[in-house]
Design a binder for this molecule. Structure first.
Ligand SMILES: NC(=O)c1ccc[n+]([C@@H]2O[C@H](COP(=O)([O-])OP(=O)(O)OC[C@H]3O[C@@H](n4cnc5c(N)ncnc54)[C@H](OP(=O)(O)O)[C@@H]3O)[C@@H](O)[C@H]2O)c1
Length: 262
């Protein structure tokens, strides 16, 4: 009969004392994931471009007794990414988890969008994920203890939409990048996955929660019966960052209330 150890099961979802780098920590999802990881016992390195917001979040987390440090930087600028990874390692000695929560969407018809605007979305959503994954993986390989790379993609990565030639393209590229990164990094025991949310509450989407026509229209494709909240994704993020997901890699996980399923 197969047996399983109590300790193994009890520690499956633990990220206690792991060093986790959270990008876009200034945003709706990133701030909640940062707090969530802090409450789960991780040492959290917060990053984003807005230093003032990082400072505010770090103060809030410290007030709650959570371990965190912050550094400002642009995830699409190579020198900034190197600096961010070095800061995490200098501060906490290593890097075990990268979780990206930054992103940009400027919906516009292809007929009106300039190449520069399209490129800005690609840089913010795709180039940044390449740079962060590359330098985080380099550090994890050096440490020789494996690691976790968790990318926030979008349900829009596999479903086009009016005005989304930038955003859907950038997230579709991220999904395939995740699969290829996982192939490169599997031999180092680094698992790479994305989770792909549908609409959840943020400054940009708040209006959708108050326009009944728009909200009801979304619900036609959402068996769960509501749009998301940032906290809905903490469990998935912890699963993909913990030993519970050690056999799972190269996947784009629906995190969408059933949107992809129907
Ligand atoms: N909200 C949704 O309905 C939804 C649905 C599916 C997927 N997503 C994805 O979920 C993630 C988090 O979204 P969110 O709703 O939490 O967004 P958010 O509240 O707008 O926060 C995203 C963060 O990304 C950073 N950012 C903005 N523009 C950037 C740029 N040009 N380059 C680099 N970083 C930039 C910003 O931080 P700084 O200004 O400090 O850099 C911002 O705080 C994103 O990847 C988004 O695509 C969101």
């Amino acid at each position: 009969m197969a047996v399983v150890e109590k300790d193994f099961v009890e520690s499956l979802f633990s990220i206690r004392d792991k060093v986790a780098l959270v990008t876009g920590a200034t945003g709706a999802l990133g701030s909640v994931i940062s707090m969530g990881f802090g409450y789960a016992g991780a040492k959290v390195v917060l990053t984003g471009r807005n230093e003032k917001k990082l400072e505010e979040l770090a103060a809030q987390m410290k007030e709650a007794g959570l371990a965190c440090a912050y550094i400002a930087g642009d995830p699409a600028v190579e020198e900034d990414v190197k600096k961010i990874i070095s800061f995490a390692v200098d501060t906490y000695g290593e890097l075990n988890i990268l979780i990206t929560c930054h992103g940009l969407n400027k919906a516009k018809s292809v007929l009106e969008q300039s190449l520069e605007e399209w490129q800005a979305i690609m840089d913010a959503n795709t180039k940044s994920v390449y740079l962060l994954s590359k330098y985080a993986a380099e550090q994890m390989v050096k440490q020789g203890k494996g690691g976790k790379i968790v990318i926030t993609s979008s349900a829009r990565s596999k479903r086009g939409m009016k005005g989304y030639t930038g955003y859907s393209t950038s997230k579709g590229a991220v999904d395939l990048m995740v699969q290829s990164l996982a192939c490169d990094l599997g031999q180092y025991n680094i698992q790479v996955n994305s989770f792909n949310p549908t609409v959840f509450r943020s400054d940009l989407t708040e209006w959708m929660f108050h326009d009944d026509n728009v909200y009801q229209n979304f619900l036609k494709r959402l068996p769960i019966g509501r749009l998301g909240e940032p906290a809905d994704f903490i469990g998935m993020a912890i699963f993909l960052s913990s030993n519970a997901s050690n056999f799972f890699t190269a996947s784009n996980y629906a995190a969408d209330g059933g949107y992809w399923g129907n």
